[in-house]
Design a protein around this ligand. Structure first.
Ligand SMILES: [Zn+2]
Length: 473
């Protein structure tokens, strides 16, 4: 009753000046409203609001609905999307972003590129500084391209985390554990302790999800895989691993770890270590028969599908379509900047379709909504983060991108999913919002000192270029 009194008094006295303030007080507070957007929610029912509104408060989406919804909220800031598309930010489900420093090198031969190029570059050039500067550069490119969550496995992952957090996108970042000495671990498997420290440090970060990253089945022993799995369970964090990538992977595993020879196949062997679990995001999985797919499904393993990297390299075409149809969580990734050279997920959607059609010329493969789903909610499901990211729904994190539909390549726009999957390119994304914060707009990152980054980037790439000249290719 007392609350109504000032309003009633105001009305009686004709104090029009006070009315809007009183009305605002009745409205719910919100930090940001996106209005007049074609909202592609990617929720379970694939709701699209042709003239839609998204209400954000702090880091979360509080409401999604038709035009006019914003009238119920006292909003600090409003973005008029002018009919352009608003959709969930994309997930790049597999990457090694610090290798951005080496992109474009050693491209003239692929037969022995790893030994002749990768390893000398990594052993000579890798440092905390290079990893930090290159990761920041890569995170900028991802942010501008509408990737709001990047999955990464590398060394000095704390430097990757600092860079990703500074730019302001989300990272699921795994410290690599491998059976030989590397830049951040002089002992074989030294990455394990590094990973434990990394996980403890970033465990409660709002943007960073720290993870363990056993490199691959042929480079990590069954004992270490079991130990990693136990640690991941103790800390309740994901595990990231390359799986079934080289053509001779199973042969390599058996040659290195004789105990594997007692098992019928690679996945059966890996299952004995406990590593196949819902925590695992497996990158590639280039060969899997029905039995393998059933086992991966039963264990709840998520899949990162990297068609551009797989076809630039020599791994072959992944059965990603079969895995998705079997109900596994399948997301899209690029792999590192040396493997596919591009970082965006927009162009991977159409590419995944083309690759699937080459593998299955006799049948219809992905539909456009399935492709957009893999780029967004599919990646979230593969990471077991679909309760938090991947679609535009109340209660989820405010990771939203705006796609310009007035560009020539986006016209005509008859089917919004087909336009996103096949017509859009990364340059059409003009606003990237992560956790409620506008991180990039009109092709520019807004969160960091761009001049300083440019200077540091120039220094790093000059040093890399100098050393690369001494390598044989
Ligand atoms: Zn990789």
């Amino acid at each position: 009753m007392t609350r109504l009194l000032p309003l009633a008094l105001g009305a009686v006295l004709g104090l029009a000046l006070h009315a809007p303030a009183a009305e605002a007080a009745a409205r719910k507070p919100a930090s940001l409203a996106i209005v007049h957007a074609r909202v592609v929610t990617m929720d379970e029912q694939l709701h699209v609001h042709d003239d839609g509104t998204i209400i954000i408060d702090g880091g979360n989406i509080v409401a999604v609905g038709p035009a006019g919804l914003e009238k119920d909220y006292a909003t600090a800031r409003t973005i008029d999307a002018q009919g352009n598309i608003a959709m969930p930010g994309m997930v790049n489900a597999h990457n090694h972003i610090a290798m951005m420093a080496f992109r474009g090198l050693g491209e003239y031969r692929t037969d022995d590129r790893l030994r002749k190029f990768f390893f000398p570059l990594e052993s000579r050039m890798l440092s905390r500084r290079l990893i930090n500067v290159a990761s920041r550069q890569a995170a900028m490119e991802l942010a501008v391209a509408g990737v709001t969550t990047v999955v990464d496995m590398y060394y000095h992952e704390d430097e990757v985390a600092e860079a990703v957090r500074e730019v302001g996108i989300r990272g699921v970042l795994g410290e690599t554990v491998i059976n030989f000495p590397v830049v951040d671990a002089p002992e074989p498997y030294g990455g394990f302790q590094y990973a434990v420290d990394f996980v403890e440090r970033f465990k409660d970060d709002p943007l960073i999800t720290p993870a363990f990253a056993p490199h691959a089945p042929y480079s990590v022993s069954p004992q270490m895989l079991a130990r990693i799995q136990q640690a991941a369970e103790r800390y309740d964090v994901p595990v990231l691993m390359h799986l079934v990538e080289p053509l001779d992977e199973w042969e390599r595993v058996k040659a290195r770890f004789p105990e594997a020879a007692g098992f019928g196949d690679e996945l059966e062997y890996l299952d004995s270590t406990g590593i196949l679990s819902p925590r695992l995001l497996a990158a590639h999985v280039l060969r899997a028969d029905d039995k393998d797919i059933a086992l991966l499904k039963a264990r709840g393993v998520g899949i990162a599908h990297n068609p551009k990297a797989n076809t630039k390299g020599h791994g072959g075409l992944s059965p990603a379509l079969e895995m998705m149809r079997a109900g596994l969580g399948v997301g899209l990734g690029t792999d590192g900047p040396l493997s596919s050279n591009q970082m965006d997920i927009v162009s991977i959607m159409g590419y995944a379709k083309r690759v699937a059609t080459i593998r299955h010329p006799e049948t219809t493969t992905y539909t456009p909504p399935e492709l957009v789903a893999m780029a967004t909610i599919g990646g979230a499901r593969a990471l077991k983060m679909d309760d938090r990211i991947g679609s535009l729904e109340p209660g989820k994190a405010a990771d939203v991108i705006l796609v310009d539909t007035r560009s020539l390549n986006m016209q005509p726009l008859y089917d919004v999913y087909a336009a996103i999957a096949y017509q859009a390119d990364a340059g059409d994304i003009y606003t990237t919002i992560v956790n409620g914060r506008v991180v990039a707009r009109d092709g520019k990152v807004l969160t960091i000192d761009l001049d300083r980054q440019q200077q540091e980037w120039n220094r790093v790439t000059r040093e890399v270029a100098e050393f690369a000249r001494t390598l044989d290719y």
